[in-house]
Design a protein around this ligand. Structure first.
Ligand SMILES: [Zn+2]
Length: 384
């Protein structure tokens, strides 16, 4: 989905933009603190406090690097398979690769989803070997602790991501298997997302039990991850269905042609009586000398006090046209949805060669998807 205010961009690796969700900063501090003040001193006592913080920082950074490698593996294989993954976002318990579209086939999905946990398992093995090697050098005892921790955490990362709830990697693998069997990707996604939501609830309930048992931090942690997983399952499922229903559809296919447009030089009061009340729409394109120059919505009208509406022109209170509310008729409908979500606007002006060709509203997109979904539901089930 589009980037939002909760993420910060860190760097670009091999053409893939790496973003960090703000939750990561909190987690970073928590892990650093618990390793430096609790885990390392308890396991390997007898060092100075500063030494614990140094290895604590090294271990936290390497943990961060491990998650990054896991996600970059998804992105690299996805790009090889023609997925166009150009951004990854690191979250509390791992990351998320942003797919340009849905995977082409179940077999592609198996490889793309599977490579992440495999990378984490490989890292777990690597750190375990380093741990065994460091254990033979007496002076390296604190580094022994770091490698031991990283081996364990990478193993945990692999196992957690293999849980069969969509959109975790295990859930994607589960979906791919169902999809391969039935040939119905939408159904498979629905089933896998149900499992994702069930898994999330399980975590939250288990977290609550932990809290009553006295393990406050561990319990809160589970509830936090459960909440996150639940919203990810719902969000990814919706995204999948939307991109499936809008597959191969262009803006020009579903826009309203020759929409009713407001002249820029009439008053707001005239626009209310002659257009809003007459047609019942929530907004109109505004034109001047035959060219589109903006949009006027009900909320723009509301921002103009009733006593001023007779003396105020439409052009003074409209939203002037800019890249955020304009789209080409050849753009994909999915791009239009991304644009509406990113700019939080319910209507886009469809403009070709500087002329207003049509209007695309969120309502029209939704209606189109509803009709298509109903048509698909009535077709006979696909042969296995
Ligand atoms: Zn993964």
């Amino acid at each position: 989905m589009a980037s939002d205010t909760r993420t910060i961009s860190v760097c670009k690796i091999a053409g893939v933009q790496v973003d960090i969700d703000l939750s990561w900063l909190v987690i970073f501090a928590l892990i650093l603190w618990s390793l430096s003040e609790g885990y390392f001193p308890a396991l390997y006592p007898g060092h100075r406090l500063i030494a614990y913080w140094v290895v604590g920082l090294a271990a936290t950074l390497m943990f961060f690097g491990s998650v990054l490698i896991h996600e970059l593996c998804h992105a690299a294989v996805g790009n090889l398979k023609g997925e166009k993954i150009d951004r990854i976002t690191l979250f509390i318990f791992g990351g998320m690769a942003h797919m340009g579209g849905e995977p082409q086939s179940a077999s592609d999905e198996i490889v793309i989803a599977g490579v992440g946990p495999l990378a984490s398992l490989a890292l777990a093995l690597l750190f375990w070997l380093l741990y065994k090697a460091a254990a033979m050098v007496p002076a390296a005892s604190l580094w022994t602790a770091v490698f031991r921790y990283l081996g364990a955490i990478n193993l945990a990362l692999a196992l957690f991501n293999l849980l069969p709830g969509f959109p975790l990697d295990g859930g994607r693998l589960f979906r791919a298997i169902l999809w391969k069997r039935s040939g119905d990707m939408e159904q498979a996604t629905a089933r896998a997302a149900d499992w994702g939501a069930a898994l999330a609830w399980g975590m939250m309930i288990f977290g609550a039990i932990e809290i009553f048992g006295g393990a406050l931090i561990g319990g809160l942690w589970l509830i936090f991850i459960g909440l996150f997983l639940r919203s990810a399952a719902i969000g990814e499922y919706r995204g999948t269905i939307v991109s499936h229903l809008l597959h191969n559809i262009l803006v020009g296919d579903i826009m309203t042609r020759d929409p009713v447009a407001l002249p820029a030089d009439i008053s707001v009061a005239e626009a209310v009586d002659g257009f809003f009340l007459r047609y019942g729409y929530g907004g109109f394109p505004v034109i001047a000398e035959g060219r589109p120059i903006g949009t006027l919505s009900l909320s723009d009208v509301r921002n103009c006090p009733p006593e001023n509406r007779a003396a105020t022109k439409v052009s003074e209170v409209m939203r002037p046209i800019d890249a955020a509310i304009e789209i080409s008729p050849q753009a994909s409908a999915m791009d239009a949805v991304h644009k509406m979500n990113a700019t939080n606007s319910g209507r886009l002006l469809v403009i070709g060669d500087g002329k207003l060709e049509g209007l695309l509203t969120r309502t029209a997109v939704t209606r189109f998807m509803q009709v298509r979904a109903q048509l698909e539901a009535s077709r006979p089930p696909a042969p296995a």
